[in-house]
Ligand binder design. Structure first.
Ligand code: PHE
Length: 448
């Protein structure tokens, strides 16, 4: 029998902790930048509402009904079927994402440490160093990023060994409010910068001529990635939800908070960029947070303090997300293969040392090793985010809507009420028809 979260707040904090991560703070501004600004934001919000929330409800229902690991849930709900394979794909996808996510998490730790020591800013003022040069150095040196990746793995192991309540729930309870507080401070500062309005214009004033197929698939991938959907992460957490948790309300709260964080990051980054006249410089999405923002900090009083605060924020967000990705596989080893928590944690986390190192080198030593024109790192990101997550989400909707026992969604969504309200019936309709058709259409359009 799996553990349960100890309190409602803790349950929300842990689930939001999984959702809010590098996806919101690093990936969202990068995708918005690459896809033309406000129009992407709108499509993204549409994807969260129409696809994200229903898929989240499916994962919650499967997880709480099954009450165990990503594979075991299907075995319990539909024994003698092959649906457990879907759980297996989820475990594979979440682990794949973990292998590169942990590397970016390592970079954030590296940035945090160098902000603390002041190294991040040495040589900038007199022009003998640049942030671009520093990022190259931090990211592509052979050993440094590997060391920091290892440190991040160790931090994960420490929290995971403490278990669901004392580890995951406790750390989320402290970190999530702190993260929101730091974000609000940054928002106030960024919005009061002179010239902020041009950035706001880019972020909030949509130019619909920019919407095309690739914007939509990127927005859908971003929505699933950001909400931790399509791979059994949230069904693993939902197994720890108490029986009386209202799933609809929880999904709405988590999605809303996740969108708010992404939105606030947009409000921070784009005004800062225009305010300091940097929009003309080659703004590449992936470097917005690591190159552009430090540049912004140097133009503000209290440079080092802002940098420390910001990279701490990024670090907290990354940690609570990597924990959730790891938990999927750990729960599997614990429940299915009857291992002790400690053994399961080690079996899942130790191989990361190797995979993390390979991914880390793909930004340095192995940067020229390309498959389909992408580095190993980009390939994993694209395949997992734009293909595996939507496929996983699609299959889950089909399963819950058409193949699972009919009572699954009805009971879970209404908390065992005898008759279902209009809202429950509407959600079930969306899960059976709207979400799968929309996801399939976007997926197919991608290949045309
Ligand atoms: N949702 C997390 C983020 O936005 C990333 C994540 C993806 C977490 C998949 C768990 C599973 O950073």
């Amino acid at each position: 029998m799996a553990a349960k979260f100890g309190s409602k707040i803790g349950m929300i904090a842990a689930t939001v902790g999984s959702a809010v991560g590098l996806g919101n703070i690093w990936r969202f501004p990068a995708e918005t930048q690459a896809n033309g600004g406000a129009a992407f934001l709108l499509v993204y919000i549409g994807c969260v509402l129409l696809l994200g929330i229903p898929v989240m409800l499916v994962e919650f229902s499967i997880g709480r009904e099954g009450g165990t690991d990503a594979i075991g849930n299907y075995r319990r709900i539909s024994p003698k079927s092959k649906w457990w394979l879907l759980g297996g794909m989820g475990i594979a996808a979440s682990y794949m994402i973990l292998t590169f996510y942990i590397v970016v998490a390592g970079w954030t730790l590296e940035y945090f440490v160098s902000a603390l020591s002041g190294d991040l800013f040495t040589g900038i003022a007199d022009g003998s160093a640049s942030f671009e040069g520093k990022m190259k150095d931090y990211v592509s040196s052979d050993w440094k990023p590997i060391i920091f990746t290892i440190l991040m793995i160790a931090a994960n192991v420490a929290v995971l060994l403490m278990g669901v309540r004392k580890g995951i729930e406790k750390i989320s309870n402290i970190m999530m409010p702190l993260l929101f507080l730091i974000l609000v401070i940054f928002c106030v500062v960024a919005l009061s910068l002179p010239g902020a309005s041009d950035g706001l214009n880019f972020f909030l004033n949509p130019d619909f001529s920019k919407v095309n197929g690739s914007v939509v698939i990127d927005a859908m991938g971003q929505a699933f990635f950001s909400l931790s959907l399509g791979m059994g992460v949230l069904s693993t957490y939902a197994a720890y939800f108490p029986r009386d948790t209202r799933l609809g309300r929880t999904a709405a709260t988590v999605s809303f908070l996740d969108m708010v964080v992404a939105f606030m990051m947009g409000l921070i980054i784009f005004p800062a960029v225009t305010s300091f006249g940097m929009q003309g410089e080659s703004l590449e999405g992936a470097t917005l947070v690591f190159v552009t923002l430090p540049e912004v900090f140097t133009r503000m009083p209290g440079t080092q303090l802002w940098a420390i605060l910001f990279f701490m924020l990024l670090l907290l967000a990354a940690l609570t997300s990597t924990i959730s990705m790891s938990e999927v596989a750990i729960r599997f080893f614990q429940d299915r293969l009857k291992m002790s928590r400690r053994k399961a944690v080690l079996i899942v986390m130790l191989p990361l040392l190797l995979f993390g190192a390979i991914n880390s080198l793909s930004s340095g030593l192995l940067a020229d090793f390309k498959i389909f024109g992408l580095t190993i790192f980009d390939l994993l990101d694209t395949v997992a985010t734009n293909i595996m997550l939507p496929l996983g989400a699609l299959a889950m909707c089909l399963y819950a809507g058409w193949f699972a026992p009919k009572s699954l969604l009805a009971r879970q969504l209404s908390n065992d009420a005898r008759s279902q309200g209009v809202a429950t019936r509407a959600v079930i309709f969306i899960i059976r028809w709207v979400s799968p058709i929309a996801i399939a259409a976007i997926l197919i359009a991608q290949f045309n």
